[in-house]
Design a protein around this ligand. Sequence first.
Ligand code: FAQ
Length: 315
Amino acid sequence: YSTALAEYFDGLIDADSRIEPRDAMPDAYRQTLIRQIAQHAHSEIIGMQPEGSWIGRAPSLRRKAILMAKVQDEAGHGLYLYSAAETLGVDRSELLDKLHAGKQKYSSIFNYPTLTWADVGAIGWLVDGAAIMNQVPLCRCSYGPYARAMIRVCKEESFHQRQGFEILWTLSKGTEEQRAMLQDAADRWWWPALMMFGPPDTGEAATGGHTAQSMAWGIKRFSNDDLRQKFVDMTVPQAIKLGITLPDPDLRWDEERGHWDFGPIDWDEFWRVLKGDGPCNAQRISTRVAAHEEGAWVREAAVAYAGKLAARGEG
Ligand code: FAQ
């Protein structure tokens, strides 16, 4: 990696152009992207589990069809993202091995259980809502294949968010029991959704983290706290519309800042979940590993078929 190549790379970043797979890039840039894209892909695949467990229990045929489509979309996002990671010179089987061995992360949010049907709505509303807030800026990420993948992913996430809100909207107009179920789901998902944006930029719980470097490289366009604030500002009026309260006594509109103030986040809980000690970590990984092992014959068959085509000169 010569000085001339470094200058070429810096020039592309300064001009806000896209870096493409064949361009020279610093190894640290490549490794950061592999880390983030792999974590993102793993989140999509592990993220199928909390909602997937409700496909057989959806309250109507219409709800079942919608939920199946949504969970399939998440699988598609995962495959898209593994392909984007592969353009950086890694193999998806290597990434999956790391996920299964606990050496690569996936989003903290998917380690919480889905106890009721309202949780399916809350995931769409809050989890997909947070995902969109984080991913729309990634459509302008400096790495071309990741940025382009995000465009379609964001369109689909936007449908997911609306379907979640619509489930909750229906519950909000239902019986007292249904409204209580909605309130309980919001109470349990609110804080974990805020944690999705990652550790704070400043203050006691700040870790330094990757933000400054990733922003300099045009991978991240906003800091974790900026995106979290945007999410709170977007979501609080929607909660009011649903007629629910959010579980934060410090939540209030700050006229001067023009933003909603919110209370402290329990970062100890966040780090505990990341270390594997959330309510569902062990279950999520064991389900994933079992699915991978049960699917081995599909991968073997695909490889054998590709071999046959190649032997016939058609591959
Ligand atoms: N969970 O310095 P930073 C979805 C880690 S949406 C777990 O801020 P960075 C859609 C971080 O990796 C969810 N780990 O790191 C869906 C780092 O550890 P490391 C997925 C977290 O990378 C909806 C350390 O903390 N979305 O799946 C989390 O600059 C419904 C320090 O953090 C994406 O992945 C967390 N929440 O910023 C699917 C979006 N936060 O790697 C199904 C792309 C931080 O040094 C159903 N990713 N960490 O060991 C990103 O935008 C970034 O990677 C951040 C973290 C913002 C998540």
